[in-house]
Design a protein around this ligand. Structure first.
Ligand SMILES: N[C@@H](CCC(=O)N[C@@H](CS)C(=O)NCC(=O)O)C(=O)O
Length: 213
């Protein structure tokens, strides 16, 4: 199984399925493609007509969307355990992933993922509203897991994979949270798979100027 991803420093969408695979110790090969602009559509178009990453290639099957990839991994390899087992919690987890998948556009553009970056930023009022919404999701659904970490619905699952890039964005740009949301962010930043990604992002040397704030 191959996962095609962008630069670890910048590619928030790539991080989601990578985390699900890595945290479940699955055997997969990474294929790295740069997000720099020159020739990007041709380079990424080799894997899927969407010309975007991530792309999962499993034998004859190609999947080109982070949510579809996570669903596939959960169903095919994890006996559905990528999601909470309780149907109500699973529906809620899917709702918050859909909210992240389809929204928070201002937050994305004002706070692009950049694991190596560290400086404070002044946000627009609408981006602050996005931050507050995420803070309320984390406060409402983060729960202690059996290993002591605080994860969404109590176990590291697809919802955490979807919100981990935001935890990194908030750290890079000095966005302050409080209470359970702050504890949740700390837990995500301390997760071994998130730490492994960040370490690998730190050893990449490529700078993509158009993604830097
Ligand atoms: N819906 C897609 C979006 C993926 C996406 O936007 N990926 C970005 C990289 S983080 C990309 O490939 N950008 C290249 C481009 O837009 O040319 C998913 O969930 O996988």
């Amino acid at each position: 199984m191959k996962l095609v991803i962008g630069n670890k420093n910048y590619s928030s969408w790539s991080l989601r399925p990578w985390l699900l695979l890595h945290s479940n110790r699955m055997d997969f090969t990474e294929v790295h493609e740069s997000l720099r602009q020159d020739n990007r559509r041709n380079r990424l178009g080799k894997y899927s007509g969407s010309c975007k990453v991530p792309v999962l290639i499993d034998r004859e099957l190609t999947i080109w969307d982070s949510l579809a990839i996570c669903e596939y991994i959960s169903e095919t390899y994890l006996e559905g355990k990528g999601w909470p087992l309780d149907p109500s919690l699973r529906a809620t987890a899917r709702s918050i992933c859909a909210e992240m998948h389809a929204g928070f556009n201002l937050l994305r553009s004002e706070l692009p993922m950049n694991c190596r970056h560290s400086s404070e930023l002044v946000l627009s009022t609408s981006a602050i509203a996005d931050v507050r919404r995420i803070e309320s999701i984390w406060s409402e659904y983060a729960q202690k897991s059996s290993n002591g970490g605080l994860y969404l619905f109590g176990g590291f699952n697809i919802a955490d994979c979807f919100y981990a890039p935001v935890a990194l964005r908030f750290r890079s740009y000095g966005i302050k949270l409080s209470g359970t949301a702050a504890e949740y962010q700390e837990s995500i930043l301390a997760h071994p798979s998130v730490c492994a990604w960040v370490a690998q992002a730190g050893s990449e040397s490529e700078v993509v100027p158009e993604i830097e704030v």
